[in-house]
Design a binder for this molecule. Structure first.
Ligand code: SIN
Length: 360
């Protein structure tokens, strides 16, 4: 009884603090209804197609991503209140291609503060799918918590017939509110499947079943608002934690794409433009051309630029590559955040090599 009253007071105060006396707007939704027997989940909204708007219900291509506020998204799914009390926070409302490392750092710091609250059970992040895996990977490496963090998006805008966003959002809240989800790191949820942020990637620009984790497999699935996990909680091999609680700015790291006859000097140009590290999306398992490797070797030896060799192929393992750092299983966009966080932590090239090789 006393526990319920204290819990009610704590969460009510926490919920109301940022917008005390504000009327509910399209940007912010405080809890829909409070039920002390339900867990508390905070939704951080970033935009994307899940918040997309089109003038016709049949339009699924020509629409504006990041148009609808978090309150409207939550209102569209009344069943959420059967599973959780909700606090909604509109962080950004843009297509995810517009998000920057600064936005993702800000989101991390908001989530760090939120998971530190004893009565918050889990976190949901609504996000555009195009760069969703990058944010999810960053959160997985920077928010050290056993509380569930679920990153969710949609492939059809909120105005479409058969929009996938409402069901995805409901499922994400259910997963974030479930005790079964504790200790599983940051998860990606779309299309009823739950994947680890460490391994899941977007594989198709148009289809609903786009998020896949071919080699590592999914963590589980959700059926009838019940998460089913295939395994006990486990940590991906090579997952590292970086403390960004006091970070204000992240170092620039650029990705270069590999192809026949690539211009070797683009690597030098990227460094001249301010890159503190490079990731190569190499051919096959990370091949780079001989003239390209010569330039890369010079950047490593003469300018101490850490260079990670990753692969443009969707899956696979990059191991030994010249004087560079192999990305092992990490695709270029995830390896980029791992390298950025390593440089931010002040690690030497040898330290960074050791961090990546934890996956070996
Ligand atoms: C975006 O990433 O913001 C647009 C595409 C999507 O959410 O599916």
């Amino acid at each position: 009884m006393w526990r319920s009253i204290i819990s009610f007071l704590f969460f009510s105060v926490a919920l109301c603090q940022p917008f005390l006396f504000q009327k509910r707007s399209s940007n912010i939704s405080d809890f829909i209804s409070f039920n002390a027997s339900l867990p508390n989940v905070t939704i951080f909204a970033m935009g994307g197609t899940i918040a997309g708007y089109a003038s016709s219900s049949t339009e699924t291509v020509d629409y504006a991503a990041g148009s609808v506020g978090i309150a409207t998204l939550v209102d569209a799914v009344p069943a959420i209140k059967n599973f959780s009390n909700i606090r909604g926070v509109q962080v950004t409302n843009v297509g995810s291609e517009e998000l920057t490392p600064a936005n993702v750092l800000n989101l991390t710091q908001l989530i760090l503060a939120e998971v530190a609250k004893p009565d918050v059970h889990g976190i949901v992040v609504t996000h555009g799918t195009d760069s969703l895996e990058e944010t999810a990977m960053f959160l997985d490496m920077t928010v050290n918590t056993t509380k569930p963090i679920v990153v969710v998006g949609a492939m059809r805008p909120s105005t479409a017939i058969s929009a996938d966003g409402p069901m995805n959002l409901l499922n994400a809240v259910v997963v974030a509110a479930s005790n079964r989800s504790i200790g599983r790191g940051t998860m990606i949820l779309l299309n009823d499947r739950i994947g680890s942020a460490f391994y899941t990637t977007k594989t198709n620009g148009n289809m609903l079943d786009t998020f896949k984790s071919y080699e590592a497999g999914f963590l589980g699935m959700i059926l009838d608002q019940r998460p089913h996990f295939f395994y006990s909680p486990a940590t991906p091999t090579g997952k590292v934690h970086f403390d960004v609680s006091n970070t204000t700015e992240l170092p620039a790291v650029e990705i270069l794409y590999g192809y026949q006859g690539l211009n070797p000097n683009l690597a030098k140009a990227a460094v001249d433009l301010g890159a503190k590290g490079l990731v190569l999306a190499g051919m096959g398992a990370a091949s780079w051309t001989d003239p390209g490797n010569e330039v890369i070797d010079g950047l490593i030896s003469n300018q101490s630029i850490p260079v990670v060799y990753s692969h443009r192929t969707m899956d696979g393992f990059s191991d030994y590559y010249y004087n560079g750092i192999p990305s092992y299983f990490q695709n270029p966009q995830k390896a980029r955040y791992m390298l950025m966080l390593s440089i931010n932590a002040g690690y030497s090239i040898q330290n960074i090599t050791d961090i990546f090789s934890l996956e070996y």
